[in-house]
Design a protein around this ligand. Structure first.
Ligand code: FES
Length: 112
C-alpha cells in the first residue's frame, strides 16, 4: 500500500488503519518512497526498513518467531522491537522507524 503525508505533520505518513495489521503478522508498506515492514505485536506496532542488512532480501517476506523476524534467505534474525541483530549471519541492526496511531490511522515517520 502507498502512504500519503498526514495533514498535521509532513514527516508522518499514513499507511493504513490499525485493523489492516494483524497480531503476529508483517505487512509491507511504503512511506515517502521508503519500503518498510510493519509489524503488530499485541497492541504495539513497529516499522523496520524492509531490507535485510546482510543482503537485499525483504524482511516482509520473512517469518516471525518470538518477537523476531527471520530473513527468508539465510535465516538471520532481527528483534522486531529494536531492529537489533539476534542471530548470524546478520551482525548489523536494521533501521527502526517511529510509528503512531492518530485518529484511527497508523502513521510512520521517516525521521531518524
Ligand atoms: Fe538476510 Fe542473508 S540476506 S540473512
Amino acid at each position: 500500500m502507498s502512504a500519503q503525508p498526514s495533514q498535521d505533520a509532513a514527516e508522518w505518513f499514513d499507511v493504513g488503519a490499525p485493523a489492516d495489521f494483524e497480531d503476529g503478522e508483517v505487512a509491507p508498506v511504503v512511506a515517502d518512497g521508503i519500503e518498510m515492514a510493519l509489524f503488530r505485536i499485541g497492541d504495539d506496532l513497529f516499522a523496520l526498513r524492509d531490507k535485510c542488512t546482510h543482503g537485499r532480501t525483504k524482511l516482509s517476506d520473512g517469518f516471525i518467531e518470538d518477537d523476531c523476524i527471520e530473513c527468508p534467505l539465510h535465516q538471520g534474525k532481527f528483534a522486531i522491537r529494536t531492529g537489533e541483530p539476534m542471530s548470524e549471519p546478520v551482525t548489523k541492526a536494521v533501521k527502526v522507524f517511529p510509528v503512531r496511531v492518530v485518529d484511527g490511522r497508523v502513521q510512520v515517520s521517516t525521521a531518524a
